[in-house]
Design a protein around this ligand. Structure first.
Ligand SMILES: Nc1ncnc2c1ncn2[C@@H]1O[C@H](COP(=O)(O)OP(=O)(O)OP(=O)(O)O)[C@@H](O)[C@H]1O
Length: 299
């Protein structure tokens, strides 16, 4: 793949070290450190206001911050123009010009972005119901999002950043959006970072997950590591006290039964009181980002 960015094969696509971002006195991103290597599909999860958009804006150089942040080996703030040639980005409030026709947008992109392939965009659009002569204003919200992805995925880069790309779409449109992304863009070399609230339906796509809670990175893990590290147990109500004494991250209900989620192996005597099952990403998300006072009310 031809990339003119400032990367060698050892560099991570994104590296943050002690990175923070503030709006006045408000801390939106709080001293976070992480690395994203090539070939990953990273879910950036967090409740409203957790800091996802702020972090993504910093990655594309729209916001400054303190600490270190490097994207494709570049400083997003001071080397923004260079970075934008090498990065694919769909912001949360993406708009395409409503007056334009699809083929006009393809021509426009060809003039603006040296790594854009008009031919590739046309191939990608064949997967959708968007026609080259359609006007943007005649398309449904789901079709506009598909069009936007086709245009962005036709840029030859190593990193795509998608901020809540499927917001407002129905389940079928969301599915076809992610199918196109995975089939047509992810190739084992490129990485994509997707922020979303639809934790449940994105779980099977992801290779890694990063969870933000009030600006802090509370989890940064591959799905494989997640499976080996976190353990869930379903148990009878009579075992509730013994389970609680083992300090689970979360107590909840699963298929009508009491359940508990542990970070690491619970003690053997507690394991003997229940049946193990694989916790879902949603369970983990709730456990790590729900306020403690809510947890104690619901347990
Ligand atoms: N322009 C701004 N001025 C002041 N505070 C802001 C601004 N933008 C965001 N914030 C604050 O920064 C924090 C993080 O916001 P951000 O938009 O990054 O969160 P988010 O995780 O993307 O949320 P959502 O899921 O609702 O889009 C929030 O507390 C928010 O109120």
């Amino acid at each position: 793949m031809s990339t003119g960015d400032a990367m060698d094969n050892k560099t991570h696509l994104v590296e943050a070290q002690g990175f923070s971002l503030h709006y006045g006195r408000k801390t939106a991103v709080d001293n976070i450190s992480f690395k994203i290597p090539k070939g990953r599909v990273v879910g950036l999860l967090g409740h409203n206001g957790a800091g996802k958009t702020s972090l993504m804006k910093a990655m594309v150089g729209l916001m400054g911050g303190s600490g270190q942040l490097s994207v494709l080996g570049l400083d997003p703030r001071s080397q923004r123009n260079e970075l934008l040639q090498s990065l694919s980005y769909i912001p949360d409030v993406a708009v395409l010009p409503r007056w334009a026709r699809v083929d006009e947008l393809i021509t426009l992109m060809s003039g603006l972005q040296p790594r854009f392939s008009a031919e590739r965009a046309r191939v990608l659009l064949k997967r959708t119901s968007v026609g080259p002569r359609d006007k943007v204003k005649s398309l449904s919200k789901g079709m506009v999002t598909q069009l936007h992805l086709a245009l962005i995925a036709a840029i030859d880069t190593r990193l795509m950043i998608l901020d809540e790309p499927t917001l407002g779409l129905d389940v079928i449109s969301r599915k076809s959006f992610y199918e196109m992304l995975i089939d047509e863009w992810c190739d084992g070399e490129r990485s994509v970072i997707i922020s979303t609230h639809q934790v449940e339906e994105i779980e099977t796509l992801l290779s890694d997950v990063m969870m933000l809670d009030e600006g802090k990175l509370v989890l940064n893990i591959s799905l494989e590591e997640m499976d080996s590290r976190f353990v869930a147990l379903s148990h009878d109500p009579a075992a509730a006290d013994a389970v609680a004494d083992a300090h689970p991250l979360l107590r909840y209900r699963q298929q009508g039964r009491s359940a508990a989620l542990f970070d690491g192996e619970p003690p053997a005597h507690v394991q003997a009181l229940g049946q193990r099952f694989r916790p879902s990403l949603v369970d983990l998300f709730v456990a790590l980002t729900r306020k403690p006072e809510l947890q104690s009310q619901q347990a």
